[in-house]
Design a protein around this ligand. Structure first.
Ligand code: GTP
Ligand code: MG
Length: 244
């Protein structure tokens, strides 16, 4: 296997994040002993080329180019495979838009020593959101409660205690991703986050939620859509039935 600079790699999927990319990458690299993989879906705004230019000057940054926009889930699955082909122990998921603050990375790295999956959680004590409108809050909270209710049905005891199921700031031990049949994951969007956390739980791995404040993006455009919300709602019952 190839040599890597650090034990941990932070996967950052990007679609039109040109404004955010240089600052998020430099802040992540400055804050924690990690490598970074940018997974770009051929962003029309040239994010991929910006990433390539930074990678030329910093060996800790890697770039995976994909031919076109296929959604967050597909990008992460490609990133997981890339990371598992290298000797990384810890594999992070993180957004490019500063909603996930790099300052939390050291706490993740501390907790992942004793847990299999560490989740950045808005809905545990000390967590929250910053600058979110009421509608966005309701969708997110409602989504987590809805997913928890459906996924828990008939499962008590041994209950899925996770409070923030749609969050996307996560750190997996490599053993978790090796144990999951990645090729069978079909969800994209928010459903992807629910799906992976549920699979981790069903395999019996330990999950730890740590509080984070989630910041609304300041630069660039949101890719959140009604379609993603509807997909998540329809997928949850399927996840419950399919994932053993
Ligand atoms: N490679 C890739 N990245 C994507 C795709 N869709 C979203 N992303 C990235 O995934 C991360 C999360 O997407 P956002 O648009 O911020 O979605 P969100 O956080 O639900 O929405 P906001 O809160 O409004 O920002 C960002 O880094 C995006 O650039 C995609 O199809 N392909
Ligand atoms: Mg965002």
């Amino acid at each position: 296997m190839v040599q890597v600079a650090n034990d941990a790699v932070v996967l950052i999927p990007t679609f039109n994040e040109r404004e955010n990319l240089p600052s998020i990458v430099s802040e992540v690299l400055r804050t924690a002993p990690v490598d970074v993989l940018v997974i770009d879906d051929n962003s029309p705004d040239g994010t991929g080329q910006v990433a390539d230019a930074i990678a030329e000057t910093d060996k800790r940054l890697h770039v995976l180019h994909r031919p076109g926009k296929q959604g967050l889930g597909r990008a992460y699955l490609a990133g997981f495979k890339w990371a598992l082909a290298r000797p990384y122990k810890y594999i992070f998921e993180m957004d490019a838009d500063f909603s996930h603050q790099p300052r939390y990375l050291p706490e993740f790295l501390e907790q992942i020593k004793s847990h299999d999956l560490v989740l950045g959680s808005r809905y545990t004590r000390g967590g929250g959101t910053h600058n979110w409108g009421l509608l966005r809050k309701l969708i997110s909270r409602g989504g987590s409660i809805y997913a928890r209710t459906i996924l828990n049905a008939g499962l008590i005891p041994g209950k899925l205690g996770v409070r923030d199921l749609t969050g996307g700031f996560k750190c997996f031990r490599r053993e978790v991703l090796e144990a999951i049949d990645l090729d069978s994951v079909e969800s994209t969007g928010y459903a992807f986050q629910i799906d992976l956390t549920y699979r981790t739980y069903k395999k019996g791995f330990s999950i730890k939620e740590i509080p984070i404040i989630f910041y609304e993006r300041e630069a660039g455009r949101s890719k959140m859509s009604q379609k993603i919300v509807v997909e998540a709602m329809l997928r949850v019952p399927q996840i419950r039935l399919k994932v053993k």
